[in-house]
Design a protein around this ligand. Structure first.
Ligand code: SF4
Length: 327
């Protein structure tokens, strides 16, 4: 494993104002992202992955969100007490699913990229505009000088996503957080954007934390995969471990619900849905949907087993370092 850049230690997030019953969204989540590493957080919608990512940058409304953590650090800098306005953009940047709402509709896209360089790097306008065009070229935007003068609505979805990535990379952050960055795009554009992100990471030695519900995206991008279910981490492993030898029944369910190109088996969706976060099962949170649950699972939460190679697993019936669960 590489030297950690981002360290998240027992992060819990709940929503609700003081006079309301708190709704737990993330429960005791711990993982690291190494320097130059791509970690993918994988899970269904509502599993707490985006909430985890947004908590790193303090993007929640403090009036209605409670964030607790033993530690949240970027290369030794404490993000729980640090100046997040400085850290955002400067050291950590974020790319969202919906570029149209993330970009300012009344400003030209080139100007929006240049703005970050003027504000954070003190560049002169001319120099910042030239750099914005350079970044757009690096994002493989054709005719970037002309495109820089366009407004967001004049560009395609894929092009807007490239603009947002250019904005995120303008300040050369150490960590890029990408929250479902390709979900709204068609498959060909999706692959181009993923390739672009991979190239940027390799060229700049940048770390990437990617949030997705898509097993295909995880397979394409991840060095390591963190699988989340109902606000908790249920399995962590290298991309090979998770995709070739999944051990947690939820991970196996996710992989089994994906259509196979070789048509050797039909996709099987996981039955049921995520539990209501206010009424979580007493034992294992996955028990109501788990095909191999026992009476122990219904009453007792599994502890997280730490494997010899850094793998983690929260299941009573599987052994993190054993051969059970090997596909
Ligand atoms: Fe299934 Fe039990 Fe493992 Fe939970 S602990 S995933 S219910 S086998």
């Amino acid at each position: 494993m590489t030297t950690p850049l981002l360290t998240i230690d027992r992060l819990s997030v709940s929503f609700g104002r003081e006079d309301q019953e708190p709704i737990p969204a993330v429960r005791e989540v711990s993982f690291t992202v190494g320097k130059g590493e791509c970690v993918v957080v994988l899970g269904e919608s509502g599993s707490g992955k985006s909430v985890t990512a947004q908590s790193i940058l303090g993007l929640h409304d403090p009036e209605s969100t409670t964030i607790r953590a033993e530690g949240l650090e970027l290369d030794g800098e404490n993000l729980l007490i640090g100046d997040l306005n400085r850290i955002r953009g400067d050291r950590i940047a974020m790319v969202f699913q919906d570029a149209l709402s993330a970009l300012n509709p009344v400003h030209r896209v080139g100007q929006q990229i240049a703005e970050a360089l003027i504000v954070h790097r003190g560049m002169r306008k001319k120099e910042a505009n030239a750099r914005a065009v350079e970044l757009m070229r690096a994002m493989q935007i054709p005719d970037p000088e002309r495109r820089a003068r366009n407004y967001p609505h004049q560009l395609s979805g894929g092009m807007r996503q490239r603009i947002m990535i250019a904005m995120a990379l303008a300040l050369e952050p150490e960590l890029l957080i990408a929250d479902e960055p390709t979900t709204a795009l068609d498959v060909t554009v999706q692959l181009q954007i993923l390739q672009l992100l991979r190239d940027m990471c390799a060229e700049r030695g940048m770390s990437l934390l990617m949030i997705t519900h898509d097993v295909g995206v995880a397979a394409e991008m991840a060095d390591r995969i963190v699988v989340m279910y109902a606000g908790k981490i249920v399995e962590v492993g290298t991309v090979h471990e998770i995709l070739k030898h999944p051990k947690h029944p939820y991970t196996r369910g996710l992989l089994g619900s994906v259509p196979r190109l070789d048509l050797t088996s039909l996709p099987t969706p996981i039955p049921g849905g995520l539990p209501d976060p206010r009424r979580l099962p007493e034992g294992c949170v996955f028990a109501p949907r788990c095909p191999i649950a026992t009476s122990l699972c219904a009453t007792t939460q599994p502890t997280t087993q730490q494997g010899a190679t850094g793998r983690e697993l929260a299941c009573h019936l599987e052994d993190v370092d054993g051969t059970k669960g090997a596909a």
